[in-house]
Ligand binder design. Structure first.
Ligand code: KG4
Ligand code: ZN
Length: 339
């Protein structure tokens, strides 16, 4: 029964949590969205500085919220990859220093493994094997979860990640940053069938389509061409709600189709969703309907555990610690790393 202090600073949230196995004792998330909004996206240098300013305060708040002191902590974890290196280094260096000072084991966690573990926070009885559909600003992956530390990536994006596509299309439609929530809100007022858009299939060298890989850059270009055409043909305002709804519908259909095909082919009956795009209402609807039709169980962690947080990192680290896995204090940050 390990209790872990976990730090997550891979992108634009400074997050600290204390987790006992699959139970969250405290979770602090200091978002930088307001700061990055003015630049239209995350500025790595600004993100690192904000992490430096916030990390000690967030650690103190996590202890206060959990009503615990250092004696309760069995290990200290931090996200080590993938992410913005300067941002990762803040959490990683803080965690390693605290591990050294307090003589506790250190555990470095892969960010995507953290997203997988968000499902255990929601469903503590969940056990592998299951399929995880991870859809965030940086990733679109279908991961076969076999056991603690044993994962196989069965599908991924060949270009833009799903969240990245949402953010880019939102910028195109002048909806601000982050684009996913803006598109999701606007789409409720639009017709998802208004504009048929290409799903973006990935070809196989031997012909046919790769069944689990995604590609969103073609879809993004199709939305760009369509907006240009609509602007040329009429001087009416762009039908942004219909465009947002049609784009969102296409992404949701494409992700659902791939997840269901993958789960069925591998004999997996549970699909856990993770990452910020898991918040998307159309994706949730499509997956729920498909799950009922095909007799699958779909798990959606609450929004606070879908987007970046440290509780998911702590949950993964507690499991590793229970298995006797720890990391060396020489572990470095990496911008890219396969799970
Ligand atoms: O997992 P996350 O918080 O950070 C990364 O690790 O990337 O995901 C952020 C992404 C952003 O691209 C954001 O636009 C997207 O998740 N997102 C959404 C929604 N809420 C957040 N995309 C679609 N619909 C939403 N409701
Ligand atoms: Zn993430």
């Amino acid at each position: 029964m390990a209790t872990v202090l976990a730090l997550e600073t891979s992108c634009d949230e400074t997050a600290v949590a204390i987790v006992k196995n699959r139970q969250v004792l405290s979770s602090i998330v200091s978002s930088q969205i307001d700061i990055h909004q003015q630049y239209g996206g995350v500025v790595p240098e600004v993100a690192s500085r904000h992490h430096v300013e916030m990390i000690n305060l967030a650690i103190a708040q996590a202890f206060q919220e959990a009503s615990l002191d250092w004696s309760a902590i069995d290990g200290i974890a931090a996200t080590c990859a993938p992410g913005l290196v300067g941002a990762l280094l803040v959490g990683l260096t803080a965690a390693k220093t605290l591990a050294l000072v307090h003589q506790k084991p250190f555990i470095g966690i892969h960010h995507l493994e953290g997203h997988i573990y968000a499902s255990y926070l929601t469903e503590p009885a969940l056990e592998p094997p299951f399929l995880c559909l991870l859809v965030s600003g940086g990733h679109t992956s279908l991961i076969y979860v076999k056991a603690c530390g044993h994962y196989e990536t069965l599908g991924q994006t060949r270009d833009d990640a799903a969240g990245e596509a949402f953010d880019k299309v939102a910028r195109l439609l002048d909806l601000g940053y982050p684009g996913g929530p803006a598109i999701d809100r606007l789409a409720t007022q639009g017709n998802p069938q208004a504009f048929p858009l290409p799903e973006g299939n990935v070809s196989r060298p031997e012909g046919g389509h790769h069944p689990y890989d995604s590609s969103f850059s073609g879809l993004k270009t199709a939305v760009l061409r369509l907006t240009q055409k609509l602007q040329q043909e009429s001087n009416q305002p762009l039908p942004v709600a219909d465009l947002a709804a049609s784009f969102q519908e296409t992404v949701a259909r494409s992700l659902t189709r791939r997840a269901i095909a993958c789960a069925r082919d591998y004999g997996l009956t549970t699909i856990a969703i993770g990452g910020g795009v898991a918040a998307n209402s159309s994706l949730r609807r499509h997956l729920q309907t498909a799950a009922q039709t095909h007799n699958f169980r779909v798990l959606f962690p609450p929004l606070k555990f879908c987007t970046d947080n440290a509780a998911m990192i702590g949950c993964a680290a507690a499991d590793h610690l229970n298995h006797g896995h720890t990391s060396s204090l020489t572990l470095g940050a990496q911008s890219r790393l396969a799970i």
